[in-house]
Design a binder for this molecule. Structure first.
Ligand code: SAM
Length: 482
């Protein structure tokens, strides 16, 4: 039997089945232990320091107790603390991105994904470099600056060389004032050597969803193909970090397994990265299974209600306060609205989950990976965010200024967000408003920016940001950043 060890590099030791079962037992036993719950909430609460705030975070055991707790007042308190953490560390900025599907060729047998190899109904498609360019132009014309590229796993059709070529193409396109300034990558687990190549290609975050941390279920849900190898998949982030990528993004596909099990596994994974590499995950995503071509989400009997989903988001926020949290257009406008108050810091907008989808006038469904719930345009999502008290941010400064891994975390911890991320958000939002927004969105946006500029504490930073915003409005100068 494997022994739990967060510092081990072996999947079964850092994601340890027995430790998860014991955690769930402990959480169940203590779910009404008000004294313990209060102590855990107190630990999670942000504390004021000389310059800013600090936050204790929670262990997987502590956070699992909160997740198990069903006392309404305590859940309310969790939600309040989650929002407080989010506002202290991230402010009201929401980072915007879009996925870009490169290829749906796939040799795996993932039973929840329509790209599985046995699906002969869907057309297989792989973008040529010319098509990549056209998709990027369409994305730039909406106003996107940050992409997450997606591809199935197929060593013949989508080898690493293809992915690298696509990244090069994406970065090379500058249509009008457009630019993609950060390419995050969501491709199958690969070798240290390939991760090094991705790092050299200038990627932002390497994202890989674990799908499920439950090994036995994992093996059944991935019956064929290289992804069947649970250990290789689970240890991928360690190889990515060994290859020099220090921003990695975790996630599980909620609905496949029992959510409490997944939650404990996810936090153990974060603790493992911190223990071994000195830096936790840059982001955590919370996808839920959706309907797709030959996939019926009702077949998976672990689906979770919106209420549980929100509790999971809040508990993750309490446990890993310095990690960005992502919600995609798999979720509806109303679920996204609520989740923004519980810790989400990044949202996708106007996503098309089909290969070549952005260049089509009408949303194509034939190669779609999953149904998109939130089908609003980027302009609509941006305006909605502003009208609900958020600042949509197209900022990509951190990684381009070398603030990745623990350097980003220390910016977060030192309370410099208001002097750095906040003005960057306002400047990139101005770019969006000037270059891409409708008149209605412009009106809401300029009023918001004027108000938000006043919040910058450092007078010199405020003056420079104000000047840069004027320059963006009155010239073609772009890409200012702190
Ligand atoms: N092939 C890569 C891999 O193995 O990780 C790339 C990722 S895939 C294009 C992106 C993610 O979409 C998967 O990791 C999975 O969690 C999610 N996904 C697959 N089928 C889905 C469905 N039916 N509904 C929602 N999300 C799904």
């Amino acid at each position: 039997m494997a022994i739990y060890n967060p510092k081990s590099k072996k999947a079964e030791e850092f994601i340890n089945h027995e430790e998860i079962l014991e955690t769930l037992e402990y959480a169940e036993k203590n779910k009404n232990n008000v004294e313990l719950i209060d102590a855990i909430l107190e630990k999670a609460r942000p504390k004021k320091t000389e310059h800013s705030f600090t936050c204790g975070g929670l262990s997987h055991r502590e956070a699992s107790v909160l997740l198990a707790c069903e006392i309404p007042e305590k859940i309310e308190e969790m939600y309040k603390i989650a929002e407080q953490i989010k506002l202290e560390f991230y402010g009201n900025r929401i980072v915007m991105f879009a996925p870009l599907y490169l290829s749906n060729y796939c040799v795996n047998g993932c039973v929840y994904c329509p790209y599985h190899a046995k699906n002969k109904r869907i057309p297989r498609k792989k973008l040529t470099q010319e098509e990549v360019k056209n998709e990027v132009i369409a994305l730039q014309d909406m106003g996107h600056k940050r992409l997450a590229i997606e591809a199935g796993e197929d060593p013949i059709n989508n080898p690493i060389e293809y992915i690298l070529e696509c990244i090069k193409t994406i970065y090379s396109v500058n249509h009008k004032n457009g630019a993609i300034r950060r390419v995050n990558v969501n491709i199958a687990a690969t070798t240290v050597e390939n991760y090094r190549k991705l790092k050299e290609a200038g990627i932002g975050t390497y994202i890989l969803f674990q799908e499920t941390y439950h090994k036995e279920s994992y093996l059944q849900l991935h019956p064929t193909g290289p992804k069947h190898d649970y250990d290789y998949h689970t240890e991928a982030m360690d190889r990515a970090m060994e290859g020099g990528i220090d921003d990695v993004g975790l996630g599980v596909l909620f609905g496949l397994e029992l959510y409490k099990y997944e939650f404990a596994g996810l936090l153990m994974h974060a603790e493992h990265l911190e223990a071994v590499h000195g830096v936790g995950p840059h982001t955590i995503s919370v996808p839920r299974i959706k309907r797709a071509d030959d996939i019926d989400p009702n077949v998976f009997d672990n689906s979770i209600s919106d209420e549980i989903f929100q509790k999971i988001i809040a508990c993750i926020r309490l446990a890993v306060p310095y990690t960005g949290m992502i919600i995609s257009t798999r979720e509806s406008e109303s679920v996204r609205a609520k989740s923004l108050h519980l810790g989400i810091s990044q949202v996708s907008g106007a996503s098309r989950t089909s290969v070549g989808g952005y260049t089509e006038t009408d949303r194509p469904h034939d190669t779609e990976q999953f149904d998109v719930s939130d089908q609003r345009t980027l302009d609509e999502v941006v305006r909605w965010l502003m009208e609900t008290g958020h600042i949509p941010s197209f900022c990509t400064a951190c990684y381009r200024e070398g603030r990745t891994g623990d350097r980003f975390m220390s910016l977060c911890k030192s309370g410099q967000i208001l002097n750095c991320c906040h003005p960057n958000a306002l400047m990139t939002l101005t770019e969006f408003l000037v270059d891409y927004a409708s008149d209605e969105t412009k009106k809401v946006g300029y009023a918001l920016i004027e108000k938000e500029l006043e919040k910058i504490p450092n007078e010199k930073v405020k003056k420079i940001a104000t000047q840069n915003i004027e320059d963006i409005k009155n010239s073609n100068r772009r890409d200012f950043r702190f």
